[in-house]
Design a protein around this ligand. Structure first.
Ligand SMILES: NC(=O)c1ccc[n+]([C@@H]2O[C@H](COP(=O)([O-])OP(=O)(O)OC[C@H]3O[C@@H](n4cnc5c(N)ncnc54)[C@H](OP(=O)(O)O)[C@@H]3O)[C@@H](O)[C@H]2O)c1
Length: 251
C-alpha cells in the first residue's frame, strides 16, 4: 500500500488527507473530537470510538455532513474483546489504517497515594496505558510505511502533580511505551508522535479540579490544529515530541 498523495498547494498550506484512514480513540468529546473534526476538514476518512453510544451517534451525524467516510464503532479500551471487534469493523470497511490517534484517557479524583483505591488505579492504568498498547498492537497489523501514530500523553508524562499518582504513572509509562515504539517503527517508516498537551478546556478537569481556571486553558481545537499540522508534514520529517502549553503556562 502506498501512502495516498498529499494535495499540496503552492503555498504548502493545504495538505489534503483525502484517501487516508484515521482511527481516533476517545472521539466522542474533548481533544479527540477536535482532532476528528480537524482530520475531517482535511478530507480524511475516520473511525470514531468511545463508550458513550449516544455521543458517538451525535458525532458521527455531525461528521457525516463532511466529505469523509465515517465508521462509528463503540469500544471500551479496558476490554480486549471490544478492541478486537473494533478492528474487525475497520478491516471490513477500510482494510487499512494510515493514522492512529491514541487519545482516549481518563484522570482520577485528586487523592494522595495512601488514599488511592486499587480499582481506581487499575481503571486508569488499563485505560491510559494497557488500552494504548492493545490498540497500537492491533493497528500495526494494518498500518504500512508512511503511517503516523499520535499518542496523546500529557505534560503529566514528564512532570508530577500531587494527588495524581495513577494518572502520572499511566502517562509516564505511556511515554516510555511511545519512545520505544518510535525506535521499533523507524525502519518501517511509521512516524510516532508523543503529544504532550498542557491544560486544555475539556470535561476531564471535572474529575479532579472542577473549579480550574478554564479561561487560562487552550481549546481542544488549538491542540487539534497542532496535531494535524504535524501529521501533514512531509513523510520524511516528523515531530517526535509535540509539547503544547497555554501561554499562561501550567495552571
Ligand atoms: N484536557 C487536558 O487538559 C489534557 C491535557 C493533557 C492530556 N490530556 C489527554 O487527552 C486525552 C483526551 O482527554 P480530554 O481532555 O479530551 O478528556 P475528555 O473530554 O474526558 O475525553 C476523554 C475521551 O476518552 C474516552 N474514553 C475514556 N475512557 C474510555 C474507555 N475505557 N474506552 C474508550 N474510550 C474511553 C471518552 O469517551 P467515552 O466517555 O464515550 O468512553 C472521551 O471521548 C486523554 O488521554 C487525556 O489524558 C488532556
Amino acid at each position: 500500500m502506498s501512502r495516498p498523495t498529499s494535495g499540496k498547494s503552492t503555498s504548502g498550506k493545504s495538505h489534503s488527507l483525502r484517501g487516508h484512514v484515521a482511527l481516533v480513540t476517545g472521539s466522542t468529546r474533548g481533544i479527540g473530537l477536535a482532532i476528528a473534526r480537524a482530520l475531517a476538514a482535511k478530507g480524511c476518512d475516520l473511525v470514531l470510538t468511545g463508550r458513550d453510544h449516544s455521543a458517538l451517534r451525535r458525532v458521527s451525524r455531525e461528521l457525516a455532513s463532511t466529505k469523509s467516510k465515517i465508521l462509528p464503532h463503540p469500544c471500551d479500551l479496558r476490554d480486549p474483546q471490544s478492541i478486537d471487534d473494533l478492528f474487525r469493523a475497520i478491516r471490513q470497511k477500510f482494510k487499512r489504517l494510515d493514522i492512529l490517534v491514541n487519545n482516549a484517557g481518563i484522570a482520577h479524583a485528586n487523592l494522595t497515594v495512601d488514599k488511592l483505591p486499587l480499582p481506581l488505579w487499575k481503571d486508569v492504568l488499563e485505560t491510559n496505558l494497557t488500552g494504548m498498547f492493545l490498540v497500537t498492537q492491533a493497528a500495526l497489523a494494518i498500518m504500512k510505511r508512511g503511517g503516523t501514530i499520535v499518542n496523546n500523553l500529557s505534560i503529566a508524562a514528564t512532570r508530577v502533580f500531587v494527588g495524581s499518582a495513577a494518572y502520572a504513572a499511566s502517562k509516564h509509562g505511556a511515554l516510555g511505551f511511545t519512545n520505544t515504539l518510535r525506535e521499533e517503527l523507524r525502519p518501517q517508516g511509521i512516524r510516532v508522535i508523543a503529544l504532550l498537551p498542557g491544560a486544555t478546556n475539556t470535561a476531564i478537569w471535572n474529575t479532579f479540579w472542577p473549579q480550574a481556571p478554564r479561561k487560562k486553558m487552550m481549546s481542544p481545537a488549538t491542540v487539534a490544529q497542532a496535531v494535524v499540522n504535524a501529521i501533514v508534514l512531509s513523510p520524511n520529517a516528523t515531530v517526535e515530541t509535540l509539547e503544547i502549553l497555554p501561554t499562561a503556562g501550567t495552571l
